[in-house]
Design a protein around this ligand. Structure first.
Ligand SMILES: [Zn+2]
Length: 243
């Protein structure tokens, strides 16, 4: 369990920058953080409080969604649903002061093959991240599992150049067998996270936020805070890059 001061974060990020490349255009200490997720809403529900903390510290956060959630609006066609959910995602990103990107796969039809491994790696390489968050691979939704495995493959092929963290979402419904190694205190940013999650108005936020909020309260009890988000850090990736 680690809670970092801004100073430690900057030291950690400077070290990561030195490992990654000497030619970064960003000022020293500024991190590029990518939070991947299967659908619009996954990064926000799993990491919204942490994303808000990164952006408040001046770091650059991108939410990279595998698809547009095209099949997630009962009674609505894929095209209309996708466009509703893209605008919800953009609104959520605005609230969290992050940027939205889409990997252009189709909801419920995630493809993990040679070409898609390569395409996803190219996407991540273009972003030059120091930190990447992804979904835990033991999850009931195939798009979540696909996201996890695409990120993991890119991490290996990019020579473990970014810190890799896994997050949990809708425990029991989705994530299972998740045993955290690291916690982020989100007591101060939980309200902003909630607003971002509620921006996904088509996705029953009353139901899903209630569940996720039980999870963050429990992670808070575990880590000694009112509210916390929990992560599993890959033990071979850089330390000290959480806010
Ligand atoms: Zn999802």
């Amino acid at each position: 369990m680690r809670f970092l001061s801004r100073r430690n974060l900057l030291i950690g990020s400077a070290a990561a920058g030195a490992i990654r490349a000497a030619s970064s255009e960003l000022s020293p200490g500024k991190l590029r953080v990518i939070v991947t997720g299967g659908h619009p809403g996954d990064p926000e529900y799993g990491c919204g409080g942490t994303i808000a903390r990164y952006s408040e510290l001046g770091h650059e956060v991108t939410l990279l969604y595998l698809n547009r959630g095209e099949k997630g609006c009962p009674g609505k066609g894929a095209k209309a649903c996708g466009s509703t959910r893209v605008s919800e995602a953009k609104k959520a990103c605005e609230i969290l002061r992050a940027r939205a990107r889409f990997a252009d796969q189709m909801d419920g039809e995630a493809v993990v093959d040679h070409a898609h491994y390569d395409a996803f790696q190219r996407l991540l390489e273009a972003e030059k991240p120091e930190v990447v968050f992804t979904q835990w691979p033991i999850d009931n939704h195939r798009d979540h599992r696909a996201t996890s495995t695409l990120v993991y493959d890119a991490w290996l092929r990019m020579k473990k150049s970014f810190a890799l963290y896994y997050y949990e979402v809708s425990d029991g419904d989705d994530t299972l067998l998740f045993h955290p190694t690291d916690y982020v205190n989100i007591t101060q940013t939980e309200a902003r996270k909630r607003t971002a999650c509620y921006a996904h108005a088509s996705q029953s936020p009353d139901r899903f936020y209630a569940l996720q909020s039980q999870v963050t309260r429990f992670r808070g009890i575990e880590s000694g805070h009112k509210q916390a988000e929990a992560f599993i850090r890959h033990p071979q990736s850089a330390r000290n890059l959480l806010p």
